[in-house]
Design a protein around this ligand. Structure first.
Ligand code: PEP
Length: 261
């Protein structure tokens, strides 16, 4: 049988900051510090994106100006408009200056009962509007303990990543739910196994599109562990929650790429 290609030679990594429901009060100074700190050398090694709350997105996008830092939202509705109180359409994210959107973050899967099918529909809505969909997947602690991690990832990938995904319209973020916001991080060998598995699934389904799609690791990434995590094969960047709320820490995570070849 032909060996599956798992190399990711043409991928520019991306460090993405999920502000969650934070950012009021200090968002302008955070953006200014990120723009100032993301220097030319770093920009050549890694992409940066920030995902503020939807209500701040337009302002954040304006503050970013022509800095090469992307912005996006943390969720979108599947429909382009309609009677959906409190929701945001993908098209509105574009209007607010965003180019990306997270779909299926574990907090939404839990807080809003989002199924794989709903997540897939949101990813398609993102594409319809021209956004890059960051599809989040990851196992619960109990699922890891019972040895089901890879089965869960296979099911979430199959159900949440729609046909039509490619390296330009989709990023997969692997976030073990038990590592999010807890300070716990899987062993490097476990991260490597999960990312190799995701890569294999993506290549089998999407061919070259899957071979070059970015796969991010998320879950308690900090400046102190980013070097080790970002050096793992098939880890093409990070989705960062808590540490994205301090520009110094977020830039510190990007620094992991400065001396990487
Ligand atoms: C996240 O919410 O996507 C996340 C990874 O959070 P944290 O970095 O705080 O674990």
């Amino acid at each position: 049988m032909k060996e599956i290609v798992t190399m990711t030679p043409d991928i520019t990594p991306i460090v993405a900051g999920n502000w969650k429901m934070n950012g009021s009060g200090n968002s302008q100074s955070m953006v200014r510090e990120l723009v100032e700190g993301f220097d030319t050398e770093l920009r050549q090694k890694v992409d940066m994106a920030i995902f503020p709350p939807a209500i701040l997105l337009e302002r954040v996008s304006n503050w970013l100006g022509d800095a090469t830092i992307a912005s996006g939202a943390q969720d979108c509705h599947a429909n382009a408009s309609g009677a959906h109180t409190g929701d945001t359409a993908a098209e509105m994210i574009v209007d607010a200056g965003g180019s990306m959107v997270l779909v299926g973050h574990s907090e939404r899967r839990v807080d809003h009962n989002e199924s794989n099918k709903i997540v897939a529909t949101k990813a398609e809505a993102a594409w319809r509007a021209g956004l890059v969909a960051f599809v989040c997947i990851g196992e619960l602690e109990a699922e890891r303990r019972s040895g089901n991690t890879l089965d869960v990832l296979a099911e979430q990938l199959a159900g949440s990543v729609p046909d039509g995904a490619n390296a330009a319209n989709t990023v997969v973020a692997y976030e073990p739910v038990w590592a999010i916001g807890t300070g716990l991080v899987p062993e490097a060998s476990d991260v490597e196994e999960a990312h190799a598995f995701i890569r294999k699934q993506l290549v089998e389904r999407f061919g070259n599109g899957g071979a070059t799609m970015r796969i991010l690791y998320g879950g308690s990434v900090k400046p102190g562990n980013a070097g080790e995590l970002m050096a793992i094969k098939n880890v093409d960047g990070a989705l960062v929650g808590g540490a994205s709320l301090k520009s110094e820490d977020f830039l510190g995570i990007c620094e992991a790429y400065r001396n990487m070849t």
